[in-house]
Design a protein around this ligand. Sequence first.
Ligand SMILES: NC(=O)c1ccc[n+]([C@@H]2O[C@H](COP(=O)([O-])OP(=O)(O)OC[C@H]3O[C@@H](n4cnc5c(N)ncnc54)[C@H](OP(=O)(O)O)[C@@H]3O)[C@@H](O)[C@H]2O)c1
Length: 416
Amino acid sequence: MKHLSILGSTGSIGTQTLDIVNNSPKEFKITGLTANKNIELLKKQIIEFKPEAVAVMDKKSADLLKEKIDIDVYSGIDGIIKIAKLNNSDTVVNALVGSIGVLPTIEAIKNKKNIALANKETLVTAGSIVMNEIKKNNVELMPIDSEHSAIFQCLNGERIEDVSKITITASGGPFRDYDLKKLEFQCLNGERIEDVSKITITASGGPFRDYDLKKLEKVTVKDALNHPTWKMGNKITIDSATLMNKGFEVIETHWLYGIDYEKIKVVVHPQSIIHSLVEFKDTSVIAQLGFPNMKIPIQYALSHPKRFISNSKQLDLMEIKNLTFEKPDFAGFPCLKYAYDSGKIGGTMPAVLNAANEIAVYAFLENKIRFLDIPKIIKKMINGHRTIKNPDLKQILDVDKKIKEETKKIIENKDY
Ligand SMILES: NC(=O)c1ccc[n+]([C@@H]2O[C@H](COP(=O)([O-])OP(=O)(O)OC[C@H]3O[C@@H](n4cnc5c(N)ncnc54)[C@H](OP(=O)(O)O)[C@@H]3O)[C@@H](O)[C@H]2O)c1
């Protein structure tokens, strides 16, 4: 049985994680939970899952919750870190949104917890430090993001006992005699990162895939929150609309798999069925497929190295019929380019990218700026930053704080 603490249990990933716990009560026990302000939902979760302690970021909300329940309630970032370090948990699910996730992740790792990571801002902001701590403390970092889970699964050895179905594709006549054993073997085989020549991450393209700049100028918050294939929290939904989300995933892929940016590609795939593809040096390609459903990668991050039965809908190729692919539009969606550039520059630059983006996205959600102002603001902050090479954690967190303050200021003064 795994003992889990879920940071951000009231959000999209957090609630789906608790659904998985509910479906496999013999496999998981909840030790700690955290929220920002949503104490009504947190209270329900406390009653249902009986954690030993919880934390609420917002101090007032924490005090209100204390009056209603009879377990330890901590508050602020120190409270969230306490939950990340609880003695009785072995795995921390980080489902927080934003760079607030960095410190709890690092503290959890230092306390020998395995990490199931949804919070992408952690690796974007402090990738080198997090990966060093993972190695130093010899703990496991399992990606929850569907794309990184897909890459992990493409590289991973699998057991035939866990296979529910093998589908063999054929173009028709010429391939009728294809060697089936060979195909099955490659999908089940453990692979080495040294043999990878390219990783392709797929992007749905978001709600504005076909929009030109003129149309993008007029999009509203409501339009941007209307994602075609994934139902997620507000911040990541806007990140998906700008393609910054894909940029973050490129940076995460670099850190998670230790692969050069030149070997990481993005392709737009509107159906969101293929989650990522790994090409090997012999040009063979392994992809991971499934209907877009975050419960599958969340469950796998928690069940690995085992697989648990899932009640998610099975993939039916006859239902899908067509899978299509397009090049990403770097001109209309420059955030993707800024992410590649920042990742390649390294040091504190990805932290700047993330901090400026975080503030700009919340300003857009509050109708303070327009959709196309998001990349403008990020560009200004990136261009104004002198990168610190090989920063320590304090330097990264200082840059995060400073850039957030400066971004708020340029938004207030409309100076972008
Ligand atoms: N949703 C997806 O399908 C998906 C897929 C892949 C990756 N991710 C990544 O997973 C992370 C979580 O995404 P989400 O969509 O689940 O977000 P979400 O629905 O907005 O949930 C965020 C969670 O974090 C808490 N929180 C928000 N701001 C906080 C703060 N300043 N301090 C402490 N806690 C805070 C929220 O508490 P309250 O409820 O009290 O506000 C909530 O529990 C993000 O990094 C996202 O990019 C998400």
